[in-house]
Design a protein around this ligand. Structure first.
Ligand code: FES
Length: 104
């Protein structure tokens, strides 16, 4: 899929917040970390848990289910029990809106 998906208005995604949007069947969580936006597939590669809503420290998010951590900037898995990265997606701001897409 190549069309951009509207996530929300930029003022609905403040630093420290996240929003989830769907590109087809792909759940994409967009995070605002200190004013920078990052989009990851909202799926933990350990056992499919949702990452959105997990605690965030710096650029790391912790899966609420069993504690795997991922780098919000890259999707890289940082500790067990996850070993594979979760998908990273592009994000842009246009016309005061936040957009992302599943570019795989
Ligand atoms: S589902 Fe995320 S750590 Fe197990």
């Amino acid at each position: 899929m190549n069309d951009w998906i509207r996530v929300c208005a930029l003022n609905e995604l403040l630093p420290g917040e996240f929003q989830v949007a769907y590109d087809g069947d792909t759940a994409i969580a967009v995070f605002n970390v200190d004013g920078e936006l990052y989009a990851l597939e909202d799926v933990c590669t350990h056992d499919g848990g949702e990452l959105a809503g997990g605690p965030i420290e710096g650029f790391e998010i912790e899966c609420p289910r069993h504690g795997a951590r991922f780098d919000l900037r890259t999707g890289e898995a940082l500790c067990a029990p996850a070993y594979l990265p979760t998908a990273k997606f592009p994000v842009k701001i246009e016309d005061g809106m936040v957009w992302t897409r599943d570019d795989r």
